[in-house]
Design a protein. Structure first.
Lengths: 353, 222
């Protein structure tokens, strides 16, 4: 087995990106994700890569756009307010169908908010953020090991479908340290015949662009893009189920909230409440199949989120509102304790009986 | 282990400085010393000395930390009371310094006082399971960067090699060669080894500070 090393979540993202063959990082510092940039600044010059601290988030996302158009594995990282600044670039990248990896280590909002962990950019990540009809693959790690594995997965998915993969983490997972292992695997390489690599006079030049002035052409492009998104929805949804076999109640949580929720599920089981957990790993595509399977089995869902209730809407959509969904949440940088989630499970039981 | 009046913990970020500083402060207090600990971390607004405020207070240890520590304000400023540690010679002072060279700049302003009194240990904390200090050469690179920023040369090494909850005594023993090599290449003595209490119990023949670590409620169920 490969060696165990002790890493912060943010460092794990950076190291994983390097191991995935990413040699281009453009970013602008912001708490609580700065370790990603710090790690890249230290490592990239030693391995012939590019680390560039841009003058702003807007500049850095457009550098990502440029390197992606040239067929490079490229990434940027930021935290909530910084990701808002990148929104225009995210839309252009989607409109040009080039692959990129974007990391959002979320902090409390809206506005300047705070620097403590949050999941309040769920809507921004899964429903758009930038303008126009587009989607990003959104991956939600719940451990330092997953910060690494989903970063590698994110690059592969981005290249496979020519979309942006977003790692939607939070300040806690970014900062916490856990032992992890990197498998000794070579990065996957995808053919990019569309990339701007220089024609050498041997082929017709490629164009990477998101401008379509004729509405019928733009419509056609959007239809095609949504066929691609349908493929992603069909093939790429990921989730974890925990103690769901005989569950009568289902807690739903992603990222750091799922770790608290797991402790609460164990505590509730000790009280004799049959409860399980669904942890979406992809937030888009949302793991609808897991909910279709659970909705006839369980009496109620409890959504545990570090926001005012955003994923809860997707749970209701996925279940066609067949069963009640309650919300157990903290926001602004607060994290619920297992006791609070346990109380929400008890309340769901009372309500459903 | 003997104690100097001032003990300054620095190292790569995530090397374990804060845990060691807090446990060492508790160790000194147990021996009846009057202890004051200062949180000089101007880099990382999370996981800091102030998290252990209650334990420190119960042990009668004075804590000097930036006014805005743990307050959601990311403001790298140090309180004037920090000077208390270098100037009040009736206390045993412990300084928990921020990670890497960027964190060590905070020490620069105290360096002259510290050198003039000359009753200090400047401790390089190292964990060889951290990716940027996993080779002796990489560890020395970070060591030199910190010394340059702090205006002070390290006087000893503390081996805090661990992989978190999965650390075993056997694993810890595999790190001794690394830290011995680091000691020989730098000419700095290994002052002590630090490990979580259950790991430390199995270590005989070494100078070890057994540590109590904070449990977080987002630890996964066993």
């Amino acid at each position: 087995m490969a060696e165990r090393i002790l890493m912060k979540g943010n460092e794990a993202i950076a190291e994983a990106a390097i191991r995935a063959g990413c040699r281009h990082y453009f970013g602008y510092p912001i708490t609580p994700q700065t370790e990603i940039a710090a790690y890249m600044a230290k490592k990239m010059p030693k391995i012939g890569g590019v680390f560039l601290q841009a003058e702003s988030e807007i500049a850095s996302i457009n550098m990502v756009y440029g390197a992606a158009a040239a067929g490079m594995r490229v990434m940027t990282s930021s935290s909530s307010p910084g990701v808002s600044l990148k929104a225009e670039g995210l839309s252009y990248i989607a409109g040009s169908d080039v692959p990129a990896l974007v990391v959002n280590v979320q902090r409390g909002g809206p506005g300047l908010g705070g620097i403590q962990p949050s999941q309040s950019d769920y809507f921004q990540a899964t429903k758009g953020g930038g303008h126009g009809d587009y989607r990003m693959i959104v991956l939600a790690p719940a451990s330092v090991q997953e910060m690494a594995s989903l970063t590698i997965k994110g690059f592969d998915l981005a290249d496979k479908y020519c979309v942006t993969s977003m790692i939607l983490a939070d300040g806690t997972i970014g900062q916490m340290m856990e032992p992890i292992t990197f498998e000794d695997t070579e990065p996957k390489v995808y053919d990019k015949p569309w990339a701007l690599t220089g024609t050498e006079g041997k082929r017709k030049h490629n164009v990477v662009n998101s401008l379509y002035l004729k509405p019928d052409e733009l419509e056609k492009k959007n239809f095609e893009r949504y066929e691609k998104y349908a493929e992603i929805e069909k093939n790429e949804a990921m989730w974890e189920e925990y103690m769901m076999d005989d569950a009568e109640y289902c807690v739903v949580a992603f990222g750091i909230a799922s770790r608290v929720a797991k402790n609460a599920v164990v505590a509730a089981r000790e009280e004799g409440i049959k409860v399980g957990l669904i942890r979406p790993i992809t937030l888009w595509p949302f793991p609808t199949a897991a909910f279709e399977a659970a909705q006839d089995k369980v009496k109620a869902f409890i959504s545990v989120e570090l926001n005012m209730g955003q994923m809860i809407e997707d749970i209701r959509l996925a279940t066609g509102c067949k069963k009640p969904v309650s919300l157990c949440n903290r926001t602004g940088g607060m994290i619920p304790g297992p006791d609070e989630v346990l109380e929400a499970i008890r309340n769901a039981k009372k309500g459903a009986l | 282990m003997d104690s100097k009046r001032l003990t300054l913990f620095a190292g790569h970020y995530g090397s374990g400085k804060t845990n060691i500083a807090v446990n060492y402060a508790l160790h000194l207090a147990e021996k009846g010393k009057k202890v004051c600990i200062a949180d000089l971390d101007i880099v990382n607004p999370y996981f800091r000395t102030k998290d252990s405020e209650r334990e420190l207070k119960e042990a009668g240890i004075e804590l000097v930390s930036p006014k805005y520590a743990n307050s959601n304000v990311d403001l790298p400023a140090l309180p004037a009371e920090s000077y208390r540690l270098v100037q009040d010679k009736s206390v045993y002072g412990i300084m928990d310094i921020g990670g890497d060279d960027r964190g060590a700049y905070a020490l620069g302003r105290f360096a002259d006082f510290i050198k003039a009194e000359d009753d200090y240990r400047f401790v390089f904390v190292v964990n060889c399971f951290r990716p940027l200090t996993s080779t002796v050469d990489d560890a020395i690179e970070i060591m030199r960067e910190i010394e340059k920023a702090a205006g002070l040369e390290f006087t000893c090494i503390v081996n805090n090699s661990n992989i978190g909850k999965e650390t075993t005594t056997e694993l810890f023993l595999t790190t001794l060669d690394f830290v011995q090599d680091l000691s020989e290449k730098t000419g700095l003595p290994i002052w002590m080894h630090t490990a979580e209490r259950s790991v430390a119990e199995g270590l005989s023949g070494l100078t070890v500070l057994p540590m109590t670590l904070q449990k977080k409620y987002f630890d996964l169920p066993d």
